[in-house]
Structure formats: C-alpha cells, structure tokens
Design a protein around this ligand. Structure first.
Ligand code: HEM
Length: 473
C-alpha cells in the first residue's frame, strides 16, 4: 500500500511536502482501524460461539466421529444410519446435541413434548431452515415447502381451497384408474415372465406420478406404460437430490454445478420447468380468452385440477399468483406428492407381505365393501369404512415415515418443558423417525405384528396405539 501511496503522491507532485506525512499517517490509521474492526468482529463471533456452546452444555451428545467432522455422515437416512440412530435412542430420549463439522451445532428433537414448543412457535420464531432444503431450491423455487414468512402465509391461504373435499373427491376416480393400470401391468408382468418377485417401488412411483400429473395438470402421459421426458426428469431430480446429501464435496454450489451430477440436475430442472410453464401459459391464455364465468361453466361436472385452483386463486386485495408462483407450487406438489406416497405405499405393501394374516384381514374388509357392486372402484365414502386397513397404513407410516427429518431455525430462545432453553440461532432437527421409534413413547413397538396384536383401532382415528391416539389428546 505504501509504495502505491508514494507513487500517487509523486504523480500529484506532493511527494516532498508535509502532506506526505499526513497521507501516510491517515493510511496507517485506517489500516489499523480496519484491522481492529475485523478483530472485534472475530472476537464477537468467537464469544457468541462460546456462549452458545455453554448454553448447549445441558444437552447430551452421542460420541462424535472426530473433532473435524463432528457427527457428519454418522446417521445418514439409510438402513445402517437409521439402525445406529435407534441405538442412540435407547439412551437419549428427548433432545440430542450433534455437530455438523467443528462449529455447527444442531439440536435433534426426538420426543413429541420437546417438538411441540418448536413446531407450535410462529413461522417467524421457528422458520424452515434453508441449509437443509437448499438443494431443492433450483427445482422447487419458492413453493410452499421452501418458502417462508409472508410469502408462505399468503400462499398457504391461497392454496386452502385446493384441499377442500369437493376438489379432492373427484380425484378418487383418477386414483382408481391409475391403480388399475398398475395392477394390469403386474398381472401381465407375472403372466409373461412367470417371476415371483419384482421391485414394486418403481411401479408404485410411476403410479403416484401418473395420478399426480392427472390431478395437478389434467395431463395423461401414459407414463406407467412408456416413460416420458418429464416423468424421467422428476425421477432423476429426486435421485440426484438424495445423492447430493451423501456427498459432502458436492455441498458448495460452484463445485456441484461443475460435476456431472450438477449438469444432469440443471438439464432435468430445465425439462421440468419447461413442461410446467407451457401448461400454465396455455391454460392462462384459454382462461383470459373465455373469461372466468364461461371457464367455470365449461368445467361443470369435470375435475378442477390444481393448476385451475391456482389460476383462480386471489388474495384479500384481489391479487393473483404470478406464473412463476404457480410453477413453484405445481413443481412442489409433483415432488412432495409422489416421493412421500410412493415410499409410504411401498412400506405398507412390505408390511402386509410380511404378515399375510393381516393382509387377509385387509382384503376381507375391502371385499365386504365391494359386495354386490358392479364396478370394483373404491369411493370417497368407503375410505372411512376401512378401519383395519387404515390402522395398518398408519402403523406402517409410524414405522417407516417417508419424511424422516424436518428442520427449523430458532430466531428466538425457545423454552422446553423441562426448563432447558434452545438458544436463539440454533437449527433444530425434528427427527420424525427418531420420535416414531422412541422407546419412551412407543414401548415394545418392534413391528406391525406387535402393534396390531395389541388392540382394536380407535374408532375416531383408527390408530392402533390407544394411549397415543386422538382420544388421549
Ligand atoms: C404419506 C404421504 C406424505 C407425507 C408423509 C408427507 C410429509 C410431509 C411433511 C413431514 C411435511 C413438512 C415439511 C416441513 O415442514 O419442513 C410436508 C409438507 C408438505 N407436503 Fe407432504 N407429505 C405427504 C404427502 C403429500 C402430498 C400427497 C402432497 C401434495 C400432493 C404433499 C404436499 C406437501 C406440501 C405442499 C408441503 C409444504 C406445506 C407447507 O409448508 O405449508 N404432501 N409433507
């Protein structure tokens, strides 16, 4: 810096004057000032870290891998990770402290009483945490799953009509139709190849994607029979997001997008976005040509799909959702709707295959409903007449929850029932899997068999665990 200052003073012809002393002193002072500012900031960060660590001392932690990695990579969402997690739960039953690397502490909540204060706090006090959802952002944008604050509240209100029974009821026809396509495929598969087993997950994923594409876009791609670019892009994106979680070196965006996976992710995102944007634009054009009244008249007796609901949605000020907002919500529903349900359904079938006696009971329950019917389709009202089947589905979701973790960042101190405090700024992991396997909440909850042998289901919620069902709430 000093030679540059000298050169500058030389150019200005001020080199040999008293001004040089002032200029050099001012420069040195400002350098010193900047240095102390940086030092102060560093001390403040260290102090805040030290204080947080002290405040976190009251939380127990399982042994770390090492000081650098902390607990990173120890409890991945695979079979081994989940089994290791169960072992930890034998000794720690409410809140665990884990370290993602040397300086990022996380509190893992594994008991409903400890989860409640975090999830019942307002969205401003415990917003969704960006760090763990950020891999989905380029695909899902600011849809409900990833948005926060005012945008989330506004969209949540605008989307409420999409969950009205009148909108959902007609979807039963679509679900029946898609399940029938899958069953026909299975029969053909078994007939042609005479094989006794095949991977059901793939078939169920296609069935859920087919249902969603029809419910969200009214679009029939026949994807259960022949793969479409759009559907294979969604399957690819879901796989890539999971794979990225396992590869720490792919966490920084600038490395990821240079890798082969990152390039495939970008390409697949483009395909998905192009499809959604085209549907929205075509539909908006038709809506503006016909006008809302005529449009709704034409829809009478037909199924109103998710895009229709979003296009017609208006807030209190009469403001509509933009095309980009609609795209984010539709892409979010396609992801959230297929990934969760295909995993959930696959585990239900796994459990029923493991316990043929319960499978038979479910079959009898359904056959009883179907007695004397011409069409072998389940109807909306039938769903409440299947207590045993519902109980099996709920118990299977408890054992194998499709979403194992959700995360929140506490922007204020949050008090736990035992008086301990979650310090402001900490990321909390609501461990759904851990909670569902917490021995203090579910004693003797080994598997579906032990659960179903226990009791008849609650009449209100069909939950097999009476002490934990809605009746005890
Ligand atoms: C067994 C099935 C399902 C399970 C286990 C499941 C699980 C979850 C969980 C745990 C969250 C909370 C995420 C968080 O707060 O961080 C969530 C949010 C969400 N799910 Fe699902 N889900 C299922 C089915 C579906 C379906 C079928 C759809 C749509 C078609 C859907 C759409 C959404 C959306 C839009 C959100 C964000 C809601 C918000 O933050 O306001 N989910 N889901």
């Amino acid at each position: 810096m000093l030679p540059i200052t000298d050169h500058l003073l030389d150019l200005l012809g001020l080199e040999k004057t008293a001004f040089r002393t002032y200029a050099v002193s001012a420069l040195l002072l400002s350098l010193l000032f900047s240095f102390f500012r940086l030092l102060l900031q560093f001390v403040q960060i260290c102090w805040a870290f030290y204080t947080t660590c002290r405040r976190l001392r009251c939380f127990r932690q399982p042994p770390r891998k090492n000081w650098l990695m902390g607990h990173l990579g120890m409890y991945l969402p695979n079979e081994k990770g989940l089994q290791d997690e169960k072992k930890v739960l034998d000794t720690m039953h409410d809140v665990l402290l884990v370290w993602a690397g040397p300086v990022l502490p996380l509190l893992v909540l594994v008991h409903p009483d400890y989860i409640k204060p975090v999830l019942s706090a307002s969205a401003a006090i415990a917003p969704k945490d960006e760090f763990f959802y950020s891999f989905l952002k380029p695909w899902l944008g600011d849809g409900l799953l990833l948005s926060k604050g005012d945008k989330w509240s506004r969209h949540r209100r605008l989307l409420t009509p999409a969950f009205h029974f009148d909108i959902l009821k007609p979807y039963m026809k679509i679900f029946n139709q898609c399940a029938n396509i899958m069953h026909t495929k299975w029969r053909r598969h078994l007939g042609e190849k005479s094989v006794a087993s095949f991977d059901m997950f793939e078939h169920i994923s296609l069935m859920t994607l087919d249902s969603l594409q029809k419910c969200v876009f009214s679009y029939s791609s026949d994807c259960q029979e022949k793969m479409s670019d759009y559907i294979s892009a969604i399957i690819e994106l879901s796989g890539l997001v999971v794979r990225r979680q396992y590869r720490l070196h792919h966490y920084p965006n600038f490395i990821y997008y240079l890798s082969a996976d990152g390039r495939r992710f970008r390409r697949a995102c483009d395909i998905v976005h192009r499809f959604t944007t085209e549907v929205i634009q075509e539909r908006r054009q038709a809506l503006s040509q016909q006008g809302v009244e005529k449009w709704l008249q034409a829809k009478q007796g037909k199924t109103l799909d998710f895009i229709d609901v979003l296009l017609l949605a208006k807030d209190e000020d009469g403001k509509e959702l933009s095309d980009e907002d609609i795209r984010a919500e539709a892409d979010t529903f396609m992801f959230e709707g297929h990934d969760t349900t295909s995993s959930g359904l696959s585990w239900v079938l796994f459990n029923l295959a493991k316990y043929p006696e319960y499978q038979e009971k479910c079959r009898e329950e359904i056959q009883e409903i179907m007695k004397g019917r011409e069409l072998e389709d389940l109807e909306w009202d039938d769903l409440t007449q299947l207590p045993f089947t519902t109980m099996c589905i709920k118990e299977s979701l408890r054992q194998f929850p499709p979403v194992t973790l959700v995360s929140r960042r506490c922007t204020e101190d949050i008090k736990l029932p035992d008086g301990r405090i979650i310090p402001k700024g900490i990321i909390c992991m609501v461990n759904i899997y851990g909670t569902h396997h917490n021995p203090t909440v579910w004693p003797d909850s080994k598997d579906l068999g032990t659960a179903l042998d226990r009791a008849s289901p609650c009449r209100r919620c069909a939950w097999p665990w009476h002490s934990r069902c809605c009746a005890s709430a």
